[in-house]
Design a protein around this ligand. Structure first.
Ligand code: ACO
Length: 322
């Protein structure tokens, strides 16, 4: 039996910090409102293309795994904010890495893109289609943000992280997952101005309009992440009490706390970065994973749970044996 181990990891966070006080200089908002409703204190803003953030994160992950870029068979890049839609961003990363033997694909399931990519790459490794894969979660939301809309401008941030997946004969890596989508709620989060549907609407890059029903997303997110976690744990044949660390999608501290409460998991077993980075969409879970490893919270044998949701409304949870 072949498994798909996570053997390398790396992140690339833009150095520029925009804190809540900075937002309050041009938006009608306060640090107190943002912190009490979301837990977010500051976020990063990228001034370089997503290809650059992705390349640095992936190169760090490959160095961590000790894997030569020439031995990478597959690059999967999860994002909603690709530098270009044609050609894809994964192919640009392939060139920068020198991973000349790799297939390269982008995935967009919004904030769950990295995890859907992790499922795709792990399945290909387990079935022998590829032996070595790089999975990237990268997001540069800031160029698409409607900076006059306080409902959404306070929530998001930019960043990237990547992992290396390699064939292994030990039972490790993703051991079970559950993926789904509440398509009936797909318009609760929609960015008008991103995509060909808006070509005749006189909207330019940087001239986006965000349709956003925060309260509906909140409710669906808690139910979707909780149900996905329960199903994934059941498929893995493990109890919630056996989970060592939850690394959830980081959209809002209150959503994370509600999911933990429903699962009966104390917050000291939940890894939270949202206060420092805001919602980095597909980059939140891989960045949090890298930081949890760096802080010694993930050890050999640890059981991880990664519930997430995104526009669509896509949702999922993965059970990972480290
Ligand atoms: N600063 C100050 N006031 C604000 C701000 C702001 N940044 N944003 C909204 N308000 C005001 C509103 O205008 C409203 O004022 P009103 O009562 O005079 O009309 C008031 O605050 C309350 O607004 P609500 O939308 O009811 O605030 P709510 O308590 O629902 O919190 C929030 C909003 C934080 C967005 C919440 O709905 C939420 O957490 N939703 C989850 C969605 C989420 O986090 N999505 C992340 C991205 S989606 C994803 O990851 C897939």
């Amino acid at each position: 039996m072949t498994y798909a181990a996570i053997t390398g990891w790396g992140k690339c966070m833009p150095p520029a910090i925009l804190d809540n006080a900075g937002l309050a200089t041009f938006l009608d908002t306060t640090d107190d409102w943002i912190t009490s409703r979301t837990g977010i204190r500051e976020r990063r803003i990228s001034h370089v293309p997503m290809t650059v953030l992705s390349h640095i994160a992936a190169a760090r992950a490959l160095a961590c795994a000790g894997l030569d870029p020439a031995d990478v068979d597959l690059i999967v890049l999860g994002t909603v904010s690709a530098d270009e839609h044609v050609p894809n961003t994964a192919s640009a990363v392939q060139i920068l890495l020198g991973a000349n033997n790799a297939a390269a694909m982008d995935i967009n399931t919004a904030c769950t893109s990295f995890l859907y990519g992790l499922t795709s790459a792990s399945a290909m490794v387990r079935t022998g289609v590829v032996r070595n894969a790089v999975v990237i979660g990268v997001e540069g939301i800031s160029p698409y943000m409607d900076w006059s809309n306080r409902n959404v401008a306070v929530l998001f941030g930019d960043g990237a992280a990547a992992v290396v997946i390699q064939a292994s004969d030990k039972p490790e890596g993703v051991i079970a997952e559950k993926l789904g989508c509440y398509a009936d709620a797909r318009h609760t989060l929609r960015v008008r101005g991103m995509g060909a549907a808006w070509c005749n609407h006189d909207l330019q890059l940087g001239d986006t309009r965000w349709d956003f029903d925060g309260q509906e997303i909140f409710k669906r997110a808690v139910v979707g992440m909780s149900d996905a976690s329960e199903s994934a744990l059941q498929r893995a044949g493990v109890e919630t009490s056996q989970v060592d660390l939850v690394i959830p999608h980081q959209a809002n501290l209150r959503i994370i706390e509600a999911v933990a409460k429903r699962a009966g998991l104390p917050m000291d077993r939940v890894f939270v970065t949202v206060q420092r980075y805001g919602n980095m969409s597909s980059a939140t879970v891989p960045v949090a994973l890298v930081e949890a490893i760096e802080e010694g919270r993930v050890k050999p044998g640890s059981l991880l749970l990664t519930p997430a949701f995104g526009a669509g409304l896509t949702w999922c949870a993965h059970v990972i044996r480290w």
